[in-house]
Design a protein around this ligand. Structure first.
Ligand code: BG6
Length: 488
C-alpha cells in the first residue's frame, strides 16, 4: 500500500454528486477515524462560493445523505467541516489554477494530492492539462475520474490518451461506485470463497440471469446533463456491465487489479454485438411520462428541470445479452435499469434450471439465487421444501434460505460505495477501479447499440412514472417464455 494522500481537490465540488455522495462518504470516513489529520478537502468549480457557504451547503448534504445524523456528533461534524474550503476555478483559466496552487501550498501536507473530477467528461482533459501546466502534478498525484468516460469509444480513447499524457496509468483511478458497494465485492466471495456455487455456475445448470437496477428518483435538475447521456451510457455501459462481468467472468488467478481486469475484459469481448435486426429484437428504450407513486403526482421526463426542453433521451433500458463463450452459451443475461420506476432496488437473479427428473407428482420450482445489492444487502436461495403437515401429504413449497447482511452486521459498519473507493484511493489501492481497457471494451459494445438505435430508428417508448417501464420490456422476456422478477 502506497503513502496516504493528503489533500483532496474536488472539481465539481458544489455539484449534486459531491453533496449527495462524495462529502457524505468522506464524513463517514471521518466518523470512523479513517481520515488522517492533515487531509484537506478543497471544493472547486466555476461558481464563486465562500468557504462558509460551501461548509453550510455540505452540512445540508450530510443531513440528507450521510449514514448518521451530523447533529448527533457535533465535534466530529465540526472537525470534518474544518477540512473544507472552496475555490472558484474555471477549467479553462490558467490563472485560476495558479491560485489553486497557491492555496494548496498554504495548506499542511506532504504534497500528495488527489484530484477528483466530478465533472462532465468534456472537462477532464482541460483540467488535467492545466494542473500539469502549473506544476500541480508529480508522481505522487492521483486522479479520480467519474464515469461516463467519454460519450462513446472514440471520445473515451481520446480522453484516456490525453489524461495518460499527464498522469501515469497507476495513478489514474477510474471510479465506478458500484464496485465499492459491499454487496458487489461480495460477489467475488460468493463465487470464489465457496465450493458449492462454482460447479453449477454455467450453462449446464443456469437457465438465465437477470440484473435489475431500478431507481425511483427522476432526473430532476440533472436533466440538461442527462439529455446528452441517457440510461445506456449512464448506467449500462458501466454499472450494469461491471455487475455482469463479475457474475460471468472466469475465476481470476489472484485478487489483484491485473487479474480482475484480465477476466472482465474477456467477458466484454465475448458479448455478442447487438446489431442489425437484433437491435429491435433485443433492446427496449423507454422514457417516463407523467405518473403517480404513493399518491404523489410525478412529472414527465420532459417536464423536469428548470428550463425543460423536449428530448427523446432514454431514461429506461432493457436488454437481452448473449455471452458467446463456453460457460454461458445459450444462457441469456437480461439487463434493465430505469429512473422513476416503482421502487429503488438493485438485484441480480440467477435462475437455475429445473430438476432433471421429478419423483413428485407435484410441480417443483427451479432454484433461484437472489442477490440483493440495495437498499438492503441480502442473499436468498430459493429452495424447494416439504411444508410440514400432519396428514403426510406431500406439499412442496419454494422457501428462502436467507442471509441478510443488515441483520448479520451493524448497518453503520457496511461501507457505502464511494466511502470504500475514496478510502482505497487515499491509501493507494487500485483493485476496485477500472482500467482503461475495460472501459474501452465496454464502450465498443454499447456503441453498437447506440448506432443501431439510430440506424433502425428504435423508438423511445413511454412508461408512466411509478411503473416498472414500458410493456415492451415485459415482452422482451415473454418472447423467451420468461418474466422479470419484480421487487417483493
Ligand atoms: C450514477 C448515475 O452513476 O448512479 C445516476 O449517474 C444514478 O444517474 C446513480 O442515479 C445510482 O447510484 P445508486 O448507488 O444510488 O444506485
Amino acid at each position: 500500500i502506497n503513502e496516504k494522500a493528503c489533500n483532496l481537490i474536488l472539481f465539481g465540488g458544489n455539484g449534486d454528486l459531491s453533496y449527495r455522495k462524495l462529502l457524505p462518504a468522506l464524513f463517514n470516513l471521518e466518523r470512523k477515524e479513517m481520515l488522517h489529520d492533515d487531509l484537506n478537502i478543497i471544493g472547486c468549480s466555476r461558481t464563486e462560493l465562500s468557504d462558509e457557504v460551501f461548509q453550510s451547503e455540505a452540512l445540508e448534504g450530510l443531513k440528507e445523505n450521510a449514514t448518521s445524523n451530523p447533529d448527533e456528533s457535533p465535534e466530529i461534524t465540526q472537525r470534518f467541516l474544518n477540512r473544507l474550503s472552496f475555490l472558484s476555478v474555471d477549467a479553462s483559466d490558467t490563472n485560476d489554477f495558479q491560485q489553486l496552487k497557491q492555496h494548496l501550498s498554504s495548506l499542511k501536507g506532504n504534497g500528495c494530492h488527489i484530484y477528483y473530477l466530478a465533472t462532465p467528461p468534456g472537462l477532464f482533459v482541460p483540467i488535467c492539462q492545466h494542473l500539469e501546466a502549473v506544476g500541480l502534478v508529480n508522481d505522487k498525484s492521483r486522479l479520480i475520474i467519474e464515469k461516463p468516460i467519454g460519450y462513446n469509444l472514440d471520445s473515451s480513447i481520446e480522453i484516456n490518451d490525453q489524461v495518460a499524457a499527464v498522469f501515469a496509468e497507476d495513478n489514474i483511478y477510474r471510479i465506478d461506485h458500484y464496485m465499492g458497494k459491499s454487496a458487489v465485492q461480495n460477489l467475488l466471495a460468493l463465487r470464489f470463497a465457496n465450493v458449492m456455487f462454482e460447479p453449477l455456475w454455467n450453462q449446464n445448470y443456469i437457465d438465465h440471469v437477470q440484473i435489475t437496477v431500478s431507481e425511483s428518483v427522476g432526473v430532476g435538475n440533472r436533466k440538461s446533463f442527462y439529455d446528452n447521456v441517457g440510461a445506456l451510457r449512464d448506467m449500462v455501459q458501466n454499472h450494469l456491465l461491471q455487475l455482469l462481468a463479475l457474475i460471468a467472468m472466469e475465476p481470476p488467478t489472484h485478487l489483484n487489479p491485473e487479474a480482475l481486469k484480465h477476466e472482465k475484459i474477456k467477458v466484454f469481448r465475448s458479448l455478442r454485438p447487438i446489431e442489425g435486426k437484433r437491435t429491435k429484437y433485443n433492446t427496449v428504450r423507454g422514457q417516463y411520462s407523467a405518473g403517480e407513486l404513493d399518491g404523489e403526482s410525478l412529472p414527465a421526463y420532459n417536464q423536469e428541470g428548470d428550463n425543460p426542453k423536449p428530448s427523446n433521451t432514454e431514461s429506461f433500458v432493457a436488454l437481452k445479452v448473449d455471452i458467446d463463450n463456453w460457460r454461458w452459451s445459450g444462457v441469456p443475461f437480461y439487463l434493465r435499469t430505469g429512473k422513476r420506476l416503482s421502487s429503488r432496488y438493485a438485484e441480480i437473479d440467477i435462475q437455475f434450471k429445473e430438476i432433471h427428473h421429478s419423483i413428485f407428482k407435484l410441480p417443483t420450482k427451479a432454484n433461484r439465487l437472489i442477490i440483493r445489492l440495495q437498499p438492503k444487502d441480502s442473499i436468498q436461495l430459493m429452495l424447494m421444501n416439504q411444508e410440514p403437515n400432519l396428514s403426510g401429504a406431500v406439499n412442496l413449497v419454494s422457501d428462502p434460505l436467507n442471509l441478510s447482511f443488515t441483520d448479520q452486521y451493524d448497518p453503520a459498519d457496511i461501507p457505502k460505495g464511494y466511502e470504500r473507493l475514496l478510502y482505497d484511493c487515499i491509501i493507494g489501492d487500485p483493485t476496485l477501479f477500472m482500467s482503461r481497457y475495460e472501459v474501452e471494451e465496454a464502450w465498443r459494445w454499447t456503441d453498437t447499440i447506440l448506432a443501431g438505435w439510430e440506424e433502425f430508428d428504435v423508438p423511445v417508448l413511454y412508461y408512466p412514472a411509478g411503473s416498472m417501464g414500458p410493456d415492451a420490456a415485459e415482452q422482451l422476456l415473454a418472447k423467451d417464455g420468461r418474466k422479470w422478477f419484480n421487487n417483493n
